[in-house]
Each structure stands twice: as structure tokens, then as C-alpha cells.
Design a binder for this molecule. Structure first.
Ligand code: GTP
Ligand code: MG
Length: 310
């Protein structure tokens, strides 16, 4: 059988389940997940390796009208995911009434000229009878090559989806080594896992006002030493993150450390700091610091981990 490989971008409204799907198919957590919209801020590759195929899934920030430098960067990240992809997949939360946000997402994806799929997600939450009218309505609005009702959470419908994607990919050797599962550097994965634990532990504005930067990432023989800064926009948010006697920050740190250790397969020493950067989301220079694609491109070869050559 010929080897097939290619890129599939997953786009859609915030909170529709894109990252959940990518994690389910890769078989490990490459993208953080939360019940709040706008969790994902960068495009992320999740690589699915099969005996006869390699599928590079691109998880993207949820599509929305941007109102800050951060949100504009997120939408640029989503737009960048369309470059050169083989298949675009629009994900819709089938358990929500269609609204203006869905029309925005549909209009946004029309810029893509190639093959597009519609994924109706969260079907575990709705009666089957609601699916047909939904499929009908979307099919009238756009010429989708395929429509798949799925549940990223339970795994329902995922096998035929993956088979169909692979069947449409060109014959190509793999793009990435077949034991690789993401394009993210380990330090970015670590920052994201810390952000996920902080999002899950807090409410209201705090999850949105939060950014995590890794200040130090040192690998020794026995462990990885990580120093990370959690930035928020106001003193009150800082107080919430730290908690009474530091209890909240400790809880976030422990949860993050356990998961980073699991993912990287090594002991981790994790230290967290909290800083206030008023209105960082409106500040393009600060927002750019969160873009690891850009950081990576700016690093010269000898700065990249594992390469000591000048
Ligand atoms: N019931 C149900 N919940 C789901 C399903 N897929 C995702 N979820 C939940 O939906 C919420 C959002 O999931 P995410 O994967 O973070 O959504 P996303 O589209 O990546 O969101 P953004 O990154 O904000 O754009 C989480 O609470 C998931 O557990 C599903 O198939 N069924
Ligand atoms: Mg996401």
C-alpha cells in the first residue's frame, strides 16, 4: 500500500472541541483543553502516525472577532494554518444553537479553496434526530466534501473520519520522524500545561488575563529545572493566583509538575512566579513574546536545544 501523508487544519469557534479531537487522535496531550472559550492561542501540530500514513493535524485558536493585540495574533495564527494544507476541517459544536459566531466561522473559512470537511462535534450531548436538520442547513451554506458527526470526548465517529482523511491525502513520505507527535518545543508544552492548570483553578477574567513564560529550562541528568512566570493584568488577579498563604499557586504548580513529568518522562523541579503587566493583552510587543513560532525562527542554530555547534 502506498504511504500517504499531509496536513489537515481543524478550525472552528472557540470551545467547539478542536484541541480535544487533536489529543484524542494523537493519543496524548499536545494541546491544552478547558471549558472556557479561547483556550488555544497558537497553532499546534498534532502528528498521527499509522503504518501506511502520517496525518499532521493543525489545532488552531477558535475563530472570533478580535478586540485586542492578543486576539489579533490568535486570528493570524489561525489564518496561517491554512497555508498549504491538504484538507480544512470546520468543527461545529452540534449541542449549541447555531448563532452569529457560527456564521462568522463559516464566512472566515470560505477563504480556503481546497477540500473542506464539516465535523459536527459533541453528538454525545444531543438526540440523533437533531443531526439531519443541522447537516442539511450547513450543506446548503457550503459545499463540504464530507460531513462527520463525531464526539471527540467519547471517540464516537473518529475511526471513519481518520480513514477518510487519509484516503484523500497525497502519496508522500512522512513529513516528520514517525516517533514525533508534535512540533512544539518541550518548554512551550510545559508553559501550556502550567497555563491549563491555572485556567482550571480560576474563574471570571483570570483565565483570559493569564500568560505563562518560561524563564529558565535547564536539563540536568536527574531532572529538568523550570522557572516560569505567570503574568496577569491586575493586582487582584495576582492575589487570586497566589491564594491564601500561597496555597493556590502551590496547587497549580503541583498539578502542572505531575503532568509535565508524565509527558516528558523525567523528574521536574518547577518554580512559579506571578507578575502584573497592566493591559499586556493590548501590548503587541508583549503579545509577540507568546508566539513560539516567531521565537523559534529568531533563535540561531546554536541556541536551539541539543546543538552546540557555532
Ligand atoms: N460533551 C462533550 N464535550 C466535549 C467534546 N469535545 C470537547 N468537549 C469539551 O468542550 C470543552 C472545550 O474543548 P476544547 O478542546 O478546549 O475546545 P477548543 O475548540 O479547542 O477551544 P478553543 O481552544 O478555545 O478554541 C472542554 O470542556 C471539552 O471537554 C465532546 O465531543 N463532547
Ligand atoms: Mg483549543
Amino acid at each position: 500500500m502506498p504511504f500517504r501523508s499531509g496536513y489537515v487544519a481543524i478550525v472552528g469557534r472557540p470551545n467547539s472541541g478542536k484541541s480535544t479531537l487533536v489529543n484524542a487522535l494523537v493519543g496524548r496531550k499536545v494541546a491544552i483543553v478547558s471549558p472556557r472559550p479561547q483556550t488555544t492561542r497558537n497553532r499546534i501540530h498534532g502528528i498521527v502516525n499509522r503504518a501506511n500514513a502520517q496525518l499532521v493535524l493543525i489545532d488552531t485558536p477558535g475563530l472570533h472577532k478580535p478586540d485586542s493585540a492578543l486576539n489579533r495574533q490568535m486570528m493570524q495564527e489561525a489564518a496561517g494554518a491554512l497555508d498549504g494544507v491538504d484538507i480544512l476541517s470546520l468543527m461545529v459544536d452540534a449541542s449549541e444553537e447555531p448563532g452569529p459566531g457560527d456564521r462568522f466561522a463559516l464566512d472566515w473559512m470560505r477563504r480556503f479553496r481546497g477540500t473542506s470537511f464539516l465535523l459536527l462535534n459533541k453528538i454525545d450531548r444531543i438526540p440523533k434526530a437533531l443531526l439531519l436538520p443541522l447537516i442539511d442547513s450547513y450543506s446548503r451554506q457550503h459545499d463540504f466534501a464530507e460531513v462527520f458527526p463525531i464526539s471527540a470526548l467519547t471517540g464516537d465517529g473518529l475511526v471513519p473520519l481518520v480513514e477518510n482523511w487519509i484516503a484523500r491525502l497525497p502519496q508522500n513520505p512522512p513529513y516528520f520522524p514517525t516517533d514525533q507527535f508534535t512540533d512544539q518545543p518541550e518548554r512551550f508544552l510545559a508553559a501550556e500545561l502550567i497555563r491549563e492548570k491555572a485556567i482550571l483553578a480560576t474563574r471570571e477574567e483570570v483565565p483570559y488575563a493569564l500568560a505563562v513564560l518560561i524563564e529558565r529550562f535547564e536539563e540536568t541528568e536527574r531532572l529538568i529545572r523550570i522557572h516560569a512566570t505567570l503574568s496577569v493584568e491586575r493586582d487582584g488577579q495576582k492575589g487570586i493566583l497566589i491564594g491564601k498563604g500561597g496555597a493556590m499557586l502551590k496547587r497549580i504548580g503541583t498539578a502542572a509538575r505531575l503532568e509535565i513529568e508524565h509527558l516528558l518522562g523525567t523528574k521536574v523541579y518547577l518554580e512559579l512566579f506571578v507578575k502584573v503587566h497592566p493591559n499586556w493583552r493590548q501590548n503587541p510587543a508583549l503579545v509577540r513574546q507568546l508566539d513560539w513560532h516567531r521565537q523559534l525562527a529568531q533563535m540561531s542554530a546554536h541556541e536551539l536545544p541539543g546543538n552546540d555547534e557555532p
